[in-house]
Design a protein around this ligand. Structure first.
Ligand code: FES
Length: 185
């Protein structure tokens, strides 16, 4: 019995790792930063440059300004803070709070928390990928769809759960996914 539990835990962890590593792929969506965003970022850099932990705080601020950390912004930060791009990239990809992809107009989240996972959310996320051609952690090149593998969203009674923008869809089966996505096509 214990072996079976450990086996299940091992499979679950492996599955989570697979989706977590997908999260850090660079976006293929064209960068559309504005002058106002750049000015806000420069003001933040000017305030923090030279302080301890400046890079982390600037990246947090940049994510707040742009909603994600595109490579153009990472390069700008590297030059302005006088650090290497590989250091900026390393921090951006190490911490799960940072995203390298913008949210799509249709932002889809599939919960991979334990309750959802045991009720088949792995098959749900694979079905979304199959239909839209977007993997977990990615955004379609036209910026329309993004797909995130999320942690528990506190709706375990509805497991497995998928969210699209502010809508929550629960007690799903793989057969439900096509019909739900068609509403957003
Ligand atoms: S585990 Fe999915 S909502 Fe809690």
């Amino acid at each position: 019995m214990l072996c079976r539990i450990l086996d299940a835990q091992h499979i679950y962890k492996k599955f989570l790792r697979r989706f977590t590593s997908m999260k850090k792929k660079m976006t293929t969506v064209a960068f559309k930063g504005t002058k106002e965003q750049e000015a806000a970022l420069d003001a933040l850099i000017a305030e923090l440059k030279g302080e301890e932990g400046a890079l982390m705080r600037v990246l947090q601020g940049a994510q707040g300004i742009y909603g994600y950390l595109p490579i153009e912004v990472q390069k700008h930060i590297a030059v302005a803070l006088d650090v290497s791009l590989s250091e900026v990239y390393g921090v951006s990809t190490f911490y799960s709070q940072f995203s390298l992809n913008p949210k799509g107009e249709v932002a889809i989240g599939v919960c991979l928390g334990t309750a959802c996972y045991v009720k088949g959310s792995g098959d749900i996320i694979n079905k979304v990928t199959e239909i839209l051609g977007v993997k977990a952690g990615e955004t379609s090149p036209d910026g329309r769809y993004s797909l995130e593998a999320t942690r528990c969203i506190g709706a375990c009674g509805l497991a497995p759960v998928l969210t699209i923008n502010d809508e929550v869809y629960g007690r799903l089966t793989v057969a439900d996914i096509k019909g739900i996505l068609e509403k957003y096509m």
